[in-house]
Design a protein around this ligand. Structure first.
Ligand SMILES: Cc1ncc(CO)c(N)n1
Length: 227
């Protein structure tokens, strides 16, 4: 079994939990509370800004020019396509400049992006890909599961169509193949570390839905208000 298949299987219970999370289910059904989606969009814009930078670290750590070019292209795609998607959402959802200015990353968004930076800075290209692959791959699988859903809501439909597109599928496949090629050439210790990055990112993907669904806040935010 390929390395990617093996780690995907090891992560399956937590991926299943993401597939069945109320945020994902209600998005597909069109019943998801707008306030939760709005919160998600703002946290996800933050997440994607950092995701693009981690992809760029991958570009810098690539051992050959062709891979540097591909990873840089992925970083650029994240910046252009996904952030323009978010701009559209911000407009449709009426997110204001003041809200943007007052934005604070939630604990989970902060921890997840920090995990990716850590894997990227401490490791080699294999660590970078292992840490970022669940982001691509899980969303692709969610897109596939939701693509027959008709939430009857243009915003939720746009979200689903982005992640079930051929464009997105080809990016996911490219990174899966890259992970397998790297895993075949490194040491057992490297593979163990890469698997751990993949599993931790899979856990954070689940926590990201939970964060949005519960409108997660820092503990100190509650303390300030109750004073
Ligand atoms: C948290 C998260 N993971 C993955 C993706 C897909 O790129 C996204 N937009 N946000």
């Amino acid at each position: 079994m390929s390395f990617a298949k093996r780690v995907r299987q090891a992560a399956d219970p937590i991926w299943q939990a993401s597939f069945h999370h109320p945020f994902v289910k209600e998005l597909g059904e069109g019943t998801l509370d707008r306030a939760k989606f709005r919160y998600y969009v703002m946290q996800d814009a933050y997440y994607l800004r950092h995701f693009a930078r981690v992809q760029a670290i991958g570009a810098a750590k690539s051992p050959d020019l062709a891979t540097t070019a591909r990873l840089a292209h992925h970083a650029q795609s994240t910046c252009e396509a996904e952030l323009s998607l978010h701009e559209t959402f911000a407009e449709l959802l009426g997110i204001t400049e003041e809200e943007r200015a007052a934005f604070m990353p939630a604990p989970t968004a902060y921890a997840y992006t920090s995990h990716m930076y850590r894997a990227a800075y401490e490791g080699h290209l294999g660590d970078v890909i292992a840490a970022i692959l669940p982001c691509y791959w899980l969303y692709y699988e969610i897109g596939e599961r939701l693509k027959t859903c008709r939430p009857n809501d243009p915003i939720y439909e746009k979200w689903i169509s982005t992640y079930s597109s051929d464009w997105f599928r080809s990016l996911v496949k490219e990174q899966i193949d890259r992970l397998d090629a790297i895993a075949a050439a490194v040491t057992e210790e490297d593979r163990r570390r890469m698997e751990q990055h993949f599993l931790i990112s899979s856990d954070y993907e689940y926590k990201f839905w939970e964060m949005a669904y519960e409108l997660e806040r820092w503990p100190s935010a509650g303390l300030v208000e109750s004073r």
